[in-house]
Design a protein around this ligand. Sequence first.
Ligand code: TA6
Length: 298
Amino acid sequence: ITGSGTSSKVTATLPSGESVEVLLYGATVISWKSNGGKAENLWLSEKAALDGSKAVRGGIPVVFPVFGPPPKSGHPTSALPQHGFARTSRWEFLGKATSEDALDAAGSSVKLDFGLYSSNLSPEARTAWPLDFGLVYSVTLSKDSLQTVMNVRNEGDHSFEFQMLLHTYLKVKDISKVSISGLLGVDYVDKVLNATTHKQSDASVTITGEVDRVYASIPQDTTTVLESGTPRFDVVRDNLQDTVVWNPWKEKAAAMGDFSPDIGFTEMVCVEVGAVNGWQKLDKGEVFEGGQTIKSLL
Ligand code: TA6
C-alpha cells in the first residue's frame, strides 16, 4: 500500500513485469499493464480525481447498488447518487494472495481483496440505503488477464434488490478503427435514442458518434474489442448477463470537467459488464457473485 487517507493505493506486480494499481477509494482499478508491463490497458482521464473527492473518471469504477440514475422515487435506491455509493466509498484492503505456479512462470498470479460493509458507508449513503450488506471485490492479475469479481452478501434480516456493473474504460489507439463483436442479435436499450429498444443487426458495433447502449441477456459470455480488425481485448462475463457500450464522443467529453484531454474520447471505449436489466433479489443471508475476466490479446 502507498499513499495515505483517501488516496491510498494498492499496487501489485508479477515477476514478468505486469502490474495493477487499485485505489482504496471505490476499490477503483486505475491501471492494469500487461505484456510485461509495457501495455497500459485502461484509459484514465488526465483530470481524474484520485484523491477521493469524486468518482474516478477512468479505470474500472465499481457500480453498486444501482446503475445509472436511480428510480425517481419510491425505490430503496431513489436517494442514492447516479451509479450508487460503491465507487465513492472508502473500501478496506483485505489482503493479497499470490499463486506461484512453479511449473510455469506464466501461471503466476496475484489476487487483491477489498471489502465494503454497511459500517463503512458515509452517514448519507447509510441513511439513503439502510440495508445491511457486505461486498468483497477481488482483483486478480495474471500475465495476460485481469479478473475482477464482486461478491455481494445480504447481512440483514430483510431481502433487498440491487444492480451492479463494472464500468471499465478500455484504452484504444483510435476509436475510428475499433469494432466490438459478440453482440449480434442482442436486444439493447439505446440511451442516445431516447431509451428505445433495438436489436443488434450487424456482427460488429462501430463507434462514429456518442454511443450509450445497454445490451441485455447476452447469450454468449465474451465481448471482443478489435482494433483494425485484430482482437485487442476479450471481455468475458461471469454470472452477469448484460453489457453496456459507452463512448461520450466529442461534445459530451468536452462537457465533463474531469474528462481530459478533450480528444480522449478517441482513445477509450467503455465495455461494462453488469446485472443492470432489472434487479437482482438477495434474500436474508444469500450471496451473489459476478464479475469479469478481461484478456489482453496484444
Ligand atoms: O455507463 C454509461 C453511463 O451510464 C452513461 O450514461 C454516462 O452517464 C456514464 O455512465 C458516466 O457516468 P458518470 O456518473 O461516471 O459521469
